[in-house]
Design a protein around this ligand. Structure first.
Ligand SMILES: Cc1cc2nc3c(=O)[nH]c(=O)nc-3n(C[C@H](O)[C@H](O)[C@H](O)COP(=O)(O)OP(=O)(O)OC[C@H]3O[C@@H](n4cnc5c(N)ncnc54)[C@H](O)[C@@H]3O)c2cc1C
Length: 400
């Protein structure tokens, strides 16, 4: 079988190869873990090599391991939107929405991840502020880029403003796909824990629909009813029922937190800082209070915004009057957010998990075996006891 990469475990699924192929002989299809991978029609392929030329993984291999950032960057800020509605409706502090509004107001197009009618995650381009909510909030599932690179290229060639947002690897894919800089392009990536399998997500959704005996009306991975720090999975069903559970207790989040079903390439991501290709990076600013960067917070959400280029910084200047911004050191912020710079290790249970899943183990059995809420609660309790010094006190008591 012909393939773009020798080792397909390294493929990020960006589909730059499929979108660039001049004779459309590459199609994207699910692999056995539910992630999109390219399939080349060997009978039609002319071996022109364009697919390899636009592959961000091969491009990153060919580059030095040095950071490609200018010496003035990265610069980091704690930030949030001054509009409370936007802030509360966003995962962190709502900086993405401000950047998107700024692009839309100039007649531009914003690309980002939205749910489709089945609540699977796909990239789309929007041109109206009324469509912005569909891109808002993190969807912790790998998004299908679709034909968005091609569409962005068409707009950029017409000198229209484009904001393209996505994970670091998706932005790297866009950049190699385009092959040259465009003055009207602003790219935004996210600190990324890893992208979970769409196949596992669809099993979770089926399980929820069965449990609540209804189709789904809406989903938020980052509901802030109990605050930004205690964010919840919130699913509303068409029959009027609703499910809201803390991320630390929700089955899907437990698996995500264990990094059980992220794409294989995520465990050795080539596109984290300092290798990001984006102008701006957005993240949750966990620990901003402990660092003394902000005081007396209201738990509505704090973004960490990192300018990686002068263009990124200029975009921040554009929205300055609509957000709170306080500069901090990148090193300090990154120390509180390890996923900015370091990939999570692959858990040993991952291989067995997908083996069980593909051998037909029922989702309820997978839940019991790998995403057990009871075990998770015990771990949480133990962590809290450790944190409060209770274990030490108990030990001292036992020793007398
Ligand atoms: C898979 C994933 C893992 C993440 N891991 C971390 C982490 O470990 N630490 C951390 O601090 N932050 C992480 N983030 C980023 C964080 O959750 C927020 O998205 C970010 O802080 C921006 O928040 P906001 O309030 O500015 O805007 P929001 O409106 O919340 O952000 C929405 C933005 O996220 C993009 N987006 C949403 N879902 C996806 C997706 N599946 N794929 C690509 N782009 C998507 C949208 O296109 C839009 O640009 C992750 C995000 C994703 C999608």
């Amino acid at each position: 079988m012909i393939s773009v990469l020798e080792n397909m475990d390294r493929c990020i699924g960006c589909s730059a190869c499929a979108q660039r192929c001049p004779i459309q002989c590459i199609s994207m299809a699910d692999d056995h873990e539910g992630f999109l991978v390219p399939h080349i029609d060997a009978g039609r392929c002319h071996d022109c090599g364009l697919c390899r030329k636009v592959c961000p993984v091969l491009k990153a291999d060919a580059e030095t391991s040095e950071s490609n950032q200018a010496t003035d960057y990265p610069r980091a800020w704690a930030a949030w939107s001054l509009d409370d509605t936007v802030r509360l409706e966003s995962s962190s502090g709502g900086l993405f929405s401000l950047l998107a509004e700024s692009c839309l107001s100039r007649g531009g197009t914003v690309f980002g991840a939205a749910f489709d009618q089945d609540f699977m995650v796909r990239h789309i381009g929007i041109e109206q502020p009324s469509e912005l909510d569909s891109l808002r909030r993190s969807k912790y599932v790998q998004s299908d880029i679709n034909r968005c690179y091609k569409e962005a290229e068409r707009l950029l060639k017409e000198q229209k403003p484009v904001l393209f947002s996505g994970t670091g690897c998706q932005i790297a894919g866009l950049k190699t796909f385009l092959g040259k800089p465009y003055p009207e392009l602003l790219t935004v990536d996210l600190a990324c824990y890893g992208v979970p399998s769409p196949k596992v997500w669809s099993l979770y959704l089926e399980d929820m629909k069965k449990r609540f005996k209804s189709e789904i009306e809406s989903i938020s991975f980052r509901d802030k009813k109990n605050g930004w720090k205690n964010y919840c999975m919130h699913i509303r069903f068409r029959n009027g029922r609703s499910y809201r559970d803390a991320a630390v207790k929700d089955t899907f989040f437990i698996g995500f937190g264990k990094n059980l079903f992220s794409r294989k390439c995520c465990y050795s991501c080539q596109f984290r800082h300092p290798h990001t290709r984006a102008d701006l990076t957005l993240a949750d600013f966990w620990g901003a209070e402990e660092l003394g960067i902000v005081h007396g917070q209201d738990d509505k959400g704090i973004s960490l915004v990192i300018a990686n280029t002068a263009r990124g910084q200029a975009a921040l200047e554009d929205i300055r009057d609509r957000c709170f911004l306080k500069e901090t050191s990148f090193q300090e912020a990154a120390a509180k957010n390890p996923r900015l710079t370091v990939s999570a290790p692959m858990p040993r249970a991952r291989t067995l998990f997908f083996k069980d899943l593909n051998s037909g183990m029922h989702f309820s059995a997978l839940k019991r075996k790998y995403m057990n809420r009871f075990v998770q609660n015990l771990k949480l309790m133990a962590r809290r006891m450790l944190g409060s010094g209770m274990v030490d006190r108990l030990r001292k008591l036992i020793r007398g």
